[in-house]
Ligand binder design. Sequence first.
Ligand code: SAH
Ligand code: SF4
Ligand code: F3S
Length: 457
Amino acid sequence: MNDAVLSPPPPGTQGGPKVLLEVFGCQMNKLDGELVAGALRKAGYDFTDRDEEADAVLMVTCSIRDQAEHRVHSHLGELAVLKRSRPELAVGVLGCMASREGSALLQRWPALDFVAGTRDFPKVASLLDEVRADRVRLVAVDGDPRVSEERDLAVRPHRARAFLTVMRGCDKRCTYCVVPRTRGFEVSRPMHEILDEAKRLVDDGVTEITLLGQTVNAWGRAFGSSLGDLFHEFERLDGLRRVRFTTSHPEEMDERLVAAMAACRKAGLFLHLPPQSGSDAVLRRMARGYTAARYREIVQQLREAIPFVQLGADIIVGFPGESEDDFELTYQLMEDVRFSQAFVFRYSPRPGTPAFGALVDDVPDDVKRARLATLLDLQARLASERHASMHGEVHEVLVEGTSRRDSRRMFGRNLAFDRIVFPGDPSLVDEYVHVRLGESTALTLAGELVADPAFAG
Ligand code: SAH
Ligand code: SF4
Ligand code: F3S
């Protein structure tokens, strides 16, 4: 969920000053990037995808691992050079790095004009106006946690698919994680606000909505609601065909949600449910709040209640004190659970997190790398086996785009979030098609379009 991405909105036609907007990090950041783009557009700004043409460069940043921040620092270095010949260029850092570091970023980078934290997006256009007009340097990192922004539908990147934030922040205290610090405490948006936004999206052509929250399955707890209640509401929303949600915390799965997933046709058959480790000792040091046995039990209950559900994992290797035996337990957990997808990360100590300073980062980097490679090999084997067992099945696919490897092929995803490739052309993007699976690798499933949509499961 954390690939650094560059996704500037399409260059506009308003004729205003041009902004290069770069978005790094998770889906939440992608959506925040959309909100910022909407606010900038409203304020008369235009967009570009080239540094040389830009009047302002804004980065929506991620702090999750050192590497994510490193990329932003190197770009700031390049911009410092560019600014020597173009002093009028405005540069802003937004999002998680801004929340984490605030004015320290301005001190470190004289070429930087302003920072705006994860709860300060509504102010970005006026901050930029002020910076450009008065050449002042500004810090905004104290926004309202209930930030909710009127969404500008004109800057949506995909016609049929959209993200929708249902909650912001996180109340967990996983000891490795910077998110509670960068995004603050947990606030669920009220149901009517979510449904209104969903309706506007559906009226605008959206058929698949992905609900976003750091512990999305805890949505509504504070006011006695469950994410399952939202699924029942979405079931009645004409035009909407699929609802996904990410990320779920194992201890926050509740019966109403599981029952709703089983009952609602539109609910995606995929749960991103990160275990992080298979070792109880490591899980305790991570403060995840469950044991490996409890995690397995949750998975078993889910699979009994929702027969075709697939699970996604995040795993951290090389957490402080992780021994070969601990690692072996994680390997076994992955082998037993058989996730349909898994992201594996090397532990990266983050300043300001509970583990930082308290637990020594004692697993050497080459050991972390070797463990990561071992788990990716395992995942590749498990995925290849699962994919091969699916040949012959027909799946409904929402088409997302042209395959990067072969321009005569398109790709999309089924209800269980598997990536499926098939021969086709770009006119199919945003449409639903049926594909009979016939070939596969560890990473993809491929097949042929079938005209008859008799869905065989
Ligand atoms: N809210 C989600 C995920 C947040 S961050 C959850 O609770 O699962 C996404 C993933 O990044 C995490 O699941 C974790 O696997 C990884 N991650 C977070 N902090 C990390 C760190 N300091 N080093 C390495 N990986 C980390
Ligand atoms: Fe980070 Fe844990 Fe919150 Fe996820 S649940 S965002 S890993 S603190
Ligand atoms: Fe997302 Fe990275 Fe922030 S994962 S919440 S952008 S630290």
